[in-house]
Design a protein around this ligand. Structure first.
Ligand code: UDP
Length: 294
């Protein structure tokens, strides 16, 4: 197995246990540049691109190029190697949706000129590249639209809501709520998501269009904050900050298609996934003794 990563948001320590085996190689490379691979390649998961808003907004043009130039380079590699390829697309292609839950047929409401556009529009353009390579070059290309995902080994500095709240609660500092906290997300545990991605890659059903992968249970940001505070028995308070520009107000996947063609649905409830994540973060942040996970 070969992993290609420019380590802009990841770290080598996350795969140290794999590097100790002789079946895994990590190549430090930025996929906006083409890459030559001498080995045979059967399948490519294109997971490249920072997904956390504060991270992908650091260098928006690079973010856009990661999804567009990076996808094209990976599609060319798939074409050369006759490999199957799966694109990690996103629920952000739906923007700030006017309908809920969001089925794959919903075309989205995305602002092309806003702080999230570099990510959203890059991922939308990548879907089009996948569609065209499939049609014109007969590349076996698949697209997963991934909804909010969380779990152990997330970077404590990632900046997204679940890791922020867990870290803040563990350190006893205020939980930062953007806007009034009534906006919703549907949080999928990482193991469930990986199971869905692997099923989509393995599928022989001739699935050609995008497939939503996410947990259909929807929570407001305030509900999430309450759960984290209760589980960590933290004395942290809530601090309400200005709402973020173009922040989607609601998000919940319709996973009928994934259920039907992949036989997939998430099996980890948020309460259980949070327990595992809090335990991992407590250990990572060396404050195990301060925390009693419920
Ligand atoms: N959010 C928040 N406090 C934080 C981080 C995020 O209230 O410290 C909110 C954010 O405004 C959004 C939701 O939580 O409404 C999910 O944000 P995240 O960055 O995790 O993911 P995304 O917006 O990309 O779905």
């Amino acid at each position: 197995m070969i992993a290609i990563d420019n380590l802009s948001t990841g770290k080598r320590a996350n795969v140290a246990h794999l590097e100790d085996t002789n079946r895994f190689t990590l190549v430090e490379h930025d996929i906006i540049m083409p890459i030559k691979i001498v080995e045979d390649v059967a399948a490519i998961y294109n997971l490249a691109c920072p997904a956390s808003p504060p991270k992908y907004q650091i260098d928006p043009i690079h973010t856009l190029r990661t999804s567009i130039d990076g996808s094209q380079n990976m599609l060319e590699l798939a074409r050369q190697k006759s490999a199957r390829i799966l694109q990690a697309s996103t629920s952000e292609v739906y923007g700030d949706p006017e309908t809920t839950p969001q089925p794959e047929s919903y075309k989205g409401a995305v602002n092309t000129c806003g702080p999230r556009a570099c990510y959203d529009e890059g991922k939308r353009a990548a879907e089009t590249l996948f569609y065209e390579y499939r049609k014109r070059h007969h590349v076996d290309a698949r697209i997963a639209r991934i909804f909010n995902t969380y779990g152990p080994r997330m970077d404590p500095q990632d900046g997204r809501v679940v890791s922020n709240f867990v870290v803040q609660a563990l350190f006893g500092v205020d939980l930062t709520i953007y806007g009034n906290g009534q906006q919703t997300r549907s949080f999928c545990y990482v193991d469930d998501l990986i199971d869905g991605l692997m099923r989509l890659m393995a599928s022989t059903d001739g699935v050609s269009g995008p497939v939503n992968l996410g947990n259909p249970r929807e929570f407001s940001v305030l509900m999430l904050a309450d759960m984290v505070l209760e589980k960590t028995r933290s004395s942290s308070k809530l601090r309400f900050l200005d709402a973020l520009q173009d922040d989607p107000r609601q998000r919940r996947p319709d996973i009928t298609l994934a259920r039907t063609i992949l036989g997939w649905q998430p099996s980890t409830a948020l309460t259980d996934g949070l327990d595992r994540m809090i335990a991992h973060f407590a250990q990572e942040l060396c404050c195990q003794s301060k925390v009693a996970v419920s």
